[in-house]
Design a protein around this ligand. Structure first.
Ligand code: 48H
Length: 255
Protein backbone atom coordinates (compact mmCIF):
# COMPACT_ATOMS: atom_id res chain seq x y z
CA UNK A 1 0.00 0.00 0.00
CA UNK A 2 1.34 3.48 -0.85
CA UNK A 3 2.20 5.52 2.26
CA UNK A 4 -0.19 8.22 1.02
CA UNK A 5 -3.05 5.71 1.10
CA UNK A 6 -1.92 4.41 4.47
CA UNK A 7 -1.97 7.90 6.04
CA UNK A 8 -5.47 8.58 4.78
CA UNK A 9 -6.69 5.16 5.87
CA UNK A 10 -5.26 5.55 9.40
CA UNK A 11 -6.87 8.96 9.86
CA UNK A 12 -10.27 7.86 8.52
CA UNK A 13 -10.20 4.64 10.60
CA UNK A 14 -9.17 6.34 13.84
CA UNK A 15 -11.66 9.20 13.53
CA UNK A 16 -14.47 6.86 12.57
CA UNK A 17 -13.71 4.63 15.55
CA UNK A 18 -14.01 7.68 17.85
CA UNK A 19 -17.16 8.92 16.11
CA UNK A 20 -18.88 5.53 16.33
CA UNK A 21 -18.06 5.30 20.04
CA UNK A 22 -19.49 8.81 20.50
CA UNK A 23 -22.90 7.75 19.13
CA UNK A 24 -23.98 6.50 22.54
CA UNK A 25 -22.36 8.10 25.57
CA UNK A 26 -22.96 9.10 29.16
CA UNK A 27 -22.50 12.83 28.53
CA UNK A 28 -22.38 15.17 25.56
CA UNK A 29 -20.90 18.57 26.35
CA UNK A 30 -21.74 21.18 23.73
CA UNK A 31 -19.14 23.95 23.69
CA UNK A 32 -15.42 23.90 24.43
CA UNK A 33 -15.03 27.18 26.31
CA UNK A 34 -13.75 27.23 29.91
CA UNK A 35 -16.89 25.80 31.56
CA UNK A 36 -17.42 23.02 28.99
CA UNK A 37 -13.75 21.99 28.81
CA UNK A 38 -13.50 21.67 32.57
CA UNK A 39 -16.84 19.85 32.99
CA UNK A 40 -15.98 17.38 30.21
CA UNK A 41 -12.47 16.70 31.54
CA UNK A 42 -13.78 15.99 35.07
CA UNK A 43 -16.49 13.65 33.77
CA UNK A 44 -14.11 11.73 31.50
CA UNK A 45 -11.48 11.49 34.26
CA UNK A 46 -14.14 9.84 36.45
CA UNK A 47 -14.64 7.21 33.75
CA UNK A 48 -17.88 8.54 32.25
CA UNK A 49 -18.01 8.17 28.50
CA UNK A 50 -17.91 11.83 27.52
CA UNK A 51 -18.12 13.59 24.17
CA UNK A 52 -17.23 17.26 23.74
CA UNK A 53 -18.14 19.06 20.54
CA UNK A 54 -17.38 22.54 19.39
CA UNK A 55 -18.41 24.40 16.29
CA UNK A 56 -14.93 25.84 15.90
CA UNK A 57 -11.86 23.88 14.91
CA UNK A 58 -9.88 25.30 17.85
CA UNK A 59 -11.20 24.69 21.35
CA UNK A 60 -11.02 27.33 24.08
CA UNK A 61 -14.03 29.51 23.26
CA UNK A 62 -13.70 33.00 24.68
CA UNK A 63 -10.53 32.35 26.68
CA UNK A 64 -7.87 33.10 24.06
CA UNK A 65 -8.55 36.80 23.58
CA UNK A 66 -8.59 37.66 27.32
CA UNK A 67 -10.17 41.11 27.52
CA UNK A 68 -10.44 42.95 24.22
CA UNK A 69 -7.59 40.83 22.82
CA UNK A 70 -5.26 41.69 25.70
CA UNK A 71 -4.45 38.06 26.42
CA UNK A 72 -4.68 38.13 30.22
CA UNK A 73 -7.56 36.91 32.39
CA UNK A 74 -8.50 37.60 35.98
CA UNK A 75 -10.18 35.60 38.70
CA UNK A 76 -11.26 35.99 42.31
CA UNK A 77 -10.17 34.19 45.46
CA UNK A 78 -13.01 31.61 45.42
CA UNK A 79 -11.68 29.85 42.31
CA UNK A 80 -7.96 29.92 43.18
CA UNK A 81 -8.01 26.22 44.09
CA UNK A 82 -8.94 25.29 40.51
CA UNK A 83 -6.10 27.37 39.06
CA UNK A 84 -3.74 25.56 41.45
CA UNK A 85 -5.19 22.22 40.43
CA UNK A 86 -4.67 23.11 36.76
CA UNK A 87 -1.08 24.14 37.62
CA UNK A 88 -1.53 27.58 36.11
CA UNK A 89 0.86 30.37 37.05
CA UNK A 90 -0.89 33.45 38.44
CA UNK A 91 -0.12 36.48 40.53
CA UNK A 92 -2.06 38.87 42.74
CA UNK A 93 -3.12 42.38 41.67
CA UNK A 94 -5.09 44.11 44.44
CA UNK A 95 -8.19 42.00 45.20
CA UNK A 96 -7.85 39.97 42.01
CA UNK A 97 -5.57 37.35 40.51
CA UNK A 98 -4.26 37.51 36.96
CA UNK A 99 -3.08 34.74 34.62
CA UNK A 100 -2.25 34.22 30.95
CA UNK A 101 -5.29 33.53 28.76
CA UNK A 102 -3.06 31.38 26.57
CA UNK A 103 -1.91 29.27 29.51
CA UNK A 104 -5.48 28.76 30.75
CA UNK A 105 -6.72 27.71 27.29
CA UNK A 106 -3.71 25.43 26.79
CA UNK A 107 -4.04 23.83 30.24
CA UNK A 108 -7.76 23.10 29.86
CA UNK A 109 -7.37 21.70 26.35
CA UNK A 110 -4.43 19.56 27.46
CA UNK A 111 -6.41 18.30 30.47
CA UNK A 112 -9.36 17.37 28.25
CA UNK A 113 -7.12 15.69 25.67
CA UNK A 114 -5.62 13.45 28.35
CA UNK A 115 -8.97 12.68 30.00
CA UNK A 116 -10.17 10.08 27.50
CA UNK A 117 -13.10 12.20 26.25
CA UNK A 118 -14.02 12.00 22.57
CA UNK A 119 -13.45 15.42 21.02
CA UNK A 120 -15.40 16.42 17.92
CA UNK A 121 -14.19 19.82 16.79
CA UNK A 122 -15.62 21.53 13.74
CA UNK A 123 -18.97 19.91 14.65
CA UNK A 124 -21.98 21.76 15.98
CA UNK A 125 -25.23 20.87 17.74
CA UNK A 126 -28.02 21.96 15.41
CA UNK A 127 -30.84 20.53 17.51
CA UNK A 128 -31.68 18.30 20.47
CA UNK A 129 -33.07 14.79 20.75
CA UNK A 130 -36.19 15.11 22.92
CA UNK A 131 -38.05 11.91 23.79
CA UNK A 132 -40.77 11.52 26.45
CA UNK A 133 -40.09 14.96 27.96
CA UNK A 134 -36.39 14.27 28.39
CA UNK A 135 -33.32 15.49 26.49
CA UNK A 136 -31.60 12.34 25.24
CA UNK A 137 -28.89 13.68 22.98
CA UNK A 138 -28.06 16.17 20.27
CA UNK A 139 -28.39 16.45 16.53
CA UNK A 140 -25.03 17.24 14.90
CA UNK A 141 -23.59 18.39 11.64
CA UNK A 142 -20.26 19.66 10.32
CA UNK A 143 -19.71 23.36 10.91
CA UNK A 144 -18.67 23.61 7.26
CA UNK A 145 -22.16 22.49 6.25
CA UNK A 146 -23.56 25.36 8.30
CA UNK A 147 -21.02 27.85 6.93
CA UNK A 148 -21.79 26.94 3.33
CA UNK A 149 -25.56 26.94 3.99
CA UNK A 150 -25.78 23.44 2.54
CA UNK A 151 -28.99 21.45 2.78
CA UNK A 152 -27.47 18.33 4.35
CA UNK A 153 -29.31 16.18 6.87
CA UNK A 154 -27.60 15.71 10.24
CA UNK A 155 -26.65 12.71 12.40
CA UNK A 156 -27.57 12.11 16.06
CA UNK A 157 -25.62 11.47 19.27
CA UNK A 158 -27.49 9.78 22.15
CA UNK A 159 -26.49 10.44 25.75
CA UNK A 160 -27.79 10.27 29.31
CA UNK A 161 -27.10 13.93 29.87
CA UNK A 162 -26.36 16.94 27.65
CA UNK A 163 -24.50 19.97 28.98
CA UNK A 164 -25.16 23.31 27.30
CA UNK A 165 -21.80 25.10 27.55
CA UNK A 166 -22.32 27.19 24.43
CA UNK A 167 -21.65 30.53 26.12
CA UNK A 168 -23.58 33.75 25.49
CA UNK A 169 -26.05 32.36 22.89
CA UNK A 170 -27.18 29.36 25.04
CA UNK A 171 -27.80 27.53 21.79
CA UNK A 172 -28.89 24.12 23.04
CA UNK A 173 -31.49 25.59 25.37
CA UNK A 174 -32.77 27.77 22.53
CA UNK A 175 -33.60 24.58 20.61
CA UNK A 176 -35.54 23.38 23.63
CA UNK A 177 -37.20 26.75 24.17
CA UNK A 178 -38.68 26.66 20.66
CA UNK A 179 -40.60 23.52 21.69
CA UNK A 180 -41.18 24.03 25.38
CA UNK A 181 -41.82 27.73 25.63
CA UNK A 182 -38.88 28.42 27.91
CA UNK A 183 -38.10 32.12 28.11
CA UNK A 184 -34.43 33.04 27.62
CA UNK A 185 -33.99 36.66 28.74
CA UNK A 186 -30.30 36.86 27.78
CA UNK A 187 -27.52 37.91 30.11
CA UNK A 188 -27.86 41.01 32.23
CA UNK A 189 -25.67 44.10 32.03
CA UNK A 190 -22.13 44.09 33.41
CA UNK A 191 -21.86 43.58 37.18
CA UNK A 192 -18.71 41.61 37.90
CA UNK A 193 -19.33 40.57 41.51
CA UNK A 194 -22.93 39.45 40.97
CA UNK A 195 -22.25 37.98 37.53
CA UNK A 196 -19.36 35.78 38.62
CA UNK A 197 -21.31 34.18 41.47
CA UNK A 198 -24.59 34.03 39.52
CA UNK A 199 -22.89 31.85 36.89
CA UNK A 200 -22.29 29.20 39.52
CA UNK A 201 -25.62 29.67 41.27
CA UNK A 202 -27.58 29.20 38.02
CA UNK A 203 -25.65 26.18 36.84
CA UNK A 204 -28.37 23.52 37.01
CA UNK A 205 -30.40 20.82 35.35
CA UNK A 206 -32.72 23.17 33.54
CA UNK A 207 -34.81 20.41 31.97
CA UNK A 208 -34.66 16.62 32.47
CA UNK A 209 -31.41 15.50 30.88
CA UNK A 210 -30.14 19.03 30.13
CA UNK A 211 -27.63 20.89 32.32
CA UNK A 212 -26.64 24.49 31.69
CA UNK A 213 -23.31 26.07 32.69
CA UNK A 214 -21.00 29.02 32.00
CA UNK A 215 -22.34 32.11 30.26
CA UNK A 216 -25.31 30.08 29.01
CA UNK A 217 -26.44 29.87 32.67
CA UNK A 218 -26.43 33.68 32.83
CA UNK A 219 -28.27 33.91 29.51
CA UNK A 220 -31.12 31.72 30.74
CA UNK A 221 -31.35 33.35 34.15
CA UNK A 222 -30.93 36.98 33.00
CA UNK A 223 -28.05 37.44 35.45
CA UNK A 224 -25.18 39.85 34.78
CA UNK A 225 -22.11 39.37 32.62
CA UNK A 226 -18.74 39.74 34.25
CA UNK A 227 -16.16 40.60 31.58
CA UNK A 228 -12.81 38.79 31.37
CA UNK A 229 -12.92 37.19 34.79
CA UNK A 230 -12.97 33.44 34.42
CA UNK A 231 -13.10 31.91 37.90
CA UNK A 232 -16.90 31.61 37.85
CA UNK A 233 -16.72 29.73 34.51
CA UNK A 234 -14.47 27.07 36.02
CA UNK A 235 -16.51 26.78 39.21
CA UNK A 236 -19.59 26.47 37.01
CA UNK A 237 -17.92 23.73 34.95
CA UNK A 238 -17.17 21.85 38.16
CA UNK A 239 -20.75 22.21 39.37
CA UNK A 240 -22.07 21.07 35.96
CA UNK A 241 -19.90 17.97 36.26
CA UNK A 242 -21.32 17.19 39.72
CA UNK A 243 -24.91 17.66 38.55
CA UNK A 244 -24.30 15.66 35.35
CA UNK A 245 -22.90 12.78 37.42
CA UNK A 246 -26.18 12.63 39.38
CA UNK A 247 -28.24 12.82 36.19
CA UNK A 248 -26.24 9.92 34.69
CA UNK A 249 -26.73 7.84 37.83
CA UNK A 250 -30.48 8.44 37.90
CA UNK A 251 -30.68 7.62 34.16
CA UNK A 252 -28.80 4.37 34.86
CA UNK A 253 -31.20 3.46 37.65
CA UNK A 254 -34.20 4.07 35.34
CA UNK A 255 -32.87 1.49 32.83
C1 48H B 1 -21.10 23.38 19.11
C2 48H B 1 -20.96 25.50 19.98
C3 48H B 1 -22.31 25.74 19.67
C4 48H B 1 -23.04 24.71 19.06
C5 48H B 1 -21.50 27.51 20.59
O1 48H B 1 -18.30 31.31 25.07
P1 48H B 1 -17.48 30.24 25.64
O2 48H B 1 -16.09 30.55 26.03
O3 48H B 1 -18.31 29.57 26.86
P2 48H B 1 -18.23 29.65 28.47
O4 48H B 1 -19.61 29.92 28.93
O5 48H B 1 -17.57 28.41 28.96
O6 48H B 1 -17.28 30.86 28.82
C6 48H B 1 -17.68 32.16 28.62
C7 48H B 1 -16.46 33.09 28.53
O7 48H B 1 -15.60 32.69 27.50
C8 48H B 1 -16.97 34.48 28.30
O8 48H B 1 -17.36 34.74 27.17
C9 48H B 1 -17.10 35.42 29.36
C10 48H B 1 -16.57 35.13 30.74
N1 48H B 1 -17.74 36.54 29.10
C11 48H B 1 -18.10 37.56 30.02
C12 48H B 1 -18.60 38.80 29.28
O9 48H B 1 -19.02 39.74 30.00
O10 48H B 1 -18.58 38.84 28.05
O11 48H B 1 -17.39 29.01 24.63
C13 48H B 1 -18.54 28.49 24.04
C14 48H B 1 -18.09 27.52 22.96
C15 48H B 1 -17.44 28.22 21.77
O12 48H B 1 -16.18 27.63 21.53
C16 48H B 1 -18.41 27.99 20.60
O13 48H B 1 -17.75 27.76 19.38
C17 48H B 1 -19.13 26.75 21.07
O14 48H B 1 -19.25 26.89 22.48
N2 48H B 1 -20.49 26.61 20.54
N3 48H B 1 -20.35 24.35 19.70
N4 48H B 1 -22.42 23.54 18.80
N5 48H B 1 -24.34 24.86 18.73
N6 48H B 1 -22.62 27.01 20.07
Amino acid sequence: MAIETEISEIIIDEYTKMLKAALNSDAVVVGGGPSGLYAAALLAEDGYHTVLLDRRVSLGGGIWGGGMMFNKITFQEQSREIFDELDIEYWKRGNLYVASAIELAGALIHRLSKSGASILNGVFAEDIVLINERVRGVVINWSTVEMAHLMVDPLMLSSKVVIDATGHPAEVIRHLSRRKNIHIPGEGAMDVVRGDSATVEHTKEIYPGLVVCGMAANAVSGTPRMGPTFGGMLLSGKKAYEIARDVIHSANSMN
